[in-house]
Design a protein around this ligand. Sequence first.
Ligand code: AMP
Length: 314
Amino acid sequence: MFKKIYKEIKKYDTIVIARHIGVDPDALASQLALKESIQLTFPTKKVYAVGNGSTKFAYLGKLDKLEDYSNFLLIILDTPDKKRIDYKDYSKASSIIKIDHHPFIESFEGLEYIDDKSSSTCEILMELLLKTKLKCNDEIAKLLYYGLVSDSNRFLFDNSTSKTFNLVSIYLKKYHLKLSEIYTNLYLRPLKEKRLEGYISLNMKVTENGVAYIILTNDIISKFKADSASAGNMINNFNFIDEVLVWIIVTEDIKNNNVRVNIRSRGPIINKIAEKYNGGGHALASGARLSSLIEAESLINDIDLVTEKYLKES
Ligand code: AMP
């Protein structure tokens, strides 16, 4: 499949690279790394990385302005379903390649490489670059490492396999990666966000089944002068609490007129519930978008029921 992907890339002069809405480091870094690699390999091709960015991830690089492309190959990274593609004109593409590590949801009618055992889309790209003539350099390797460590949460999850470590080892040998700089960029936070994290620890409720949840209204977020995405980005900081098996952060997002939900689990499968609420994701790491805070109560209740069942069965 990697060879087929390479051949398809070689065929097109214009290539657009997209990924999912609600940008995160794996989605953005995979996009920018692949763009750099294609340009390094084929300097005459026009390659565009598109979608909404976030100032928080400015250290990863810049995205391109949307244009009206014609006769182009569209590569969609890190996105399992059409509704989450951060590029509305995907039906105009002459050809589509999908590369993803989420559980399969739907086909994009093109070449598809899906490995839901992979830690990250960046890990898949590390292999793609090693197994084809696509070139790599220190900058590209750094981007790929950013995405991989971010999505594996610094190799904490079971999706960090011997293959993951093997690829990382190869890249560390071949390229110059300054790990301390990478981790500082990824994990440096303003004090107001640390204070908000403290608020969450102090105020989250925990059900009898070990489901922790907090509902952050716009008033609370404003009090900490934080932005609505910041609380959700802290979700992995609550990984190892003895009494907590599943944890949920619900954040009111006035600007986008919706409610963000981030869910993580140390056992019960949560993505099926997330899918019921306009969301999805991985078995133990999911998200959803709700239309109101009231809907959040129903979601929390459903998660609690799944957790109760899990506890009874295990
Ligand atoms: P997050 O909590 O935003 O880090 O997301 C965890 C996982 O769930 C990632 O794989 C996301 O792509 C996925 N995810 C988050 N929000 C949604 C959503 N509204 N719909 C589908 N998948 C989502």
